[in-house]
Write a protein that binds this ligand. Sequence first.
Ligand code: CMC
Length: 393
Amino acid sequence: TGLVTYDPALANTAATASAVTYLDGEQGILRYRGYSIEDLAEGASFVETSYLLIYGELPTKEQHDSFSRALSEHSLLHEDMKRFYDGYPMTAHPMAILSAMVNSLSTFYPEAQDSLNPVERERTIVRLLSKLRTIAAFAYKKLHGEPFVYPQNNLSYCANLLHMMFALPTEPYEVDEDLVQVLNQLLILHADHEQNCSTHTVRTVGSAQTNLFASISAGINALWGVLHGGANQAVVEMLEEIHADGGDVRKYIELAKDKNSSFRLMGFGHRVYKNYDPRARIIKDAAYRVFDKLGIHDPLLEIALKLEETALSDSYFTDRKLYPNVDFYSGLIYRAMGIPTNFFTVMFSLGRLPGWIAHWKEQIEDPSRRITRPRQLYTGPEARTFVPLSERG
Ligand code: CMC
């Protein structure tokens, strides 16, 4: 096939150069723009981290204030967009609502189509960062049959999200600062992960000069898949099933090892991490903190711990270097915070948004960019003679 290389699932292909995120899967290192994930999770806010990913540097105090102000200015949705929510059934998966709403933003802000115009690009970026949070919170309200709660711009990014999701007009709602802190940390840990499936999707769609809203909408759909962001929902569903089935962890470990079964241990394994996932370590600590703070005793946490311990003492998992990934404990935290299971991947999307934006921006600003257009190995029939329908019998 001449110069064409065959690399299914692009497992060994660097499809792009990127200055956003450094990942060493052997050593378990993850850095955004050179800063370790541990330091950022410990000391930065999600808004600062977003700025860092998108613009390449941590913001100065002044840059931070003006970025936060811009996010506040754009936090409302066009009133007409509220009506879209009426059309969805109460049982709708919120990821479908999320991607449709983000795509719909292109109809309200057609100037986003001018991706090559730096002024429009910046405006679109801030708009989307702010509005995705409102879109997500309204989806939550719709699925609970509750009235929408508008953003309150004196609140921080994460506090505002919790407020829009959980406040009711009938009673005062006090945002719990500890939960804000944990949410902040979770969103930072999810903020970027170099060329994962959804980010690659965003870059690919963006390479056709497709506007940011439409490109991110595609990324949201990619993230929804159970092998990607959908794993956080699948983990808790799996833990619920094990719990309902009497808590026999070993049975599920055996099932995951059985090559005749399609069952996989959700939240385990990673294409790139072959030692441990540094995000999982931080998240596990955060899970303990949240459970302590809320005084929650969740039997699913015990099952998760038992599952992890049993898997890590089994050669099937250690030989294949399968360790808990970021999704193994994140769902348990969201659950403790009162977030419903089918909403976990929406939370992941909110976290991943600055990473997607950073990659979309990086590719559109690259003077040597070209449309993504991989090759294939053709495996179909040789040339055949066409027989008209009337003669085909
Ligand atoms: N349970 C049981 N066996 C597994 C698992 C698992 N979770 N993951 C991989 N394996 C086995 C797989 O069967 C294969 O075995 P063999 O060599 O005998 O055929 C071997 O390990 C390598 O697996 P692979 O499918 O070639 O690995 P991959 O790099 O293509 O897939 C993965 C990576 C994350 C999709 C996969 O590990 C998986 O399906 N995990 C469960 C879903 C999950 O937790 N996804 C979240 C990923 S992290 C966050 C994110 O991306 O959003």
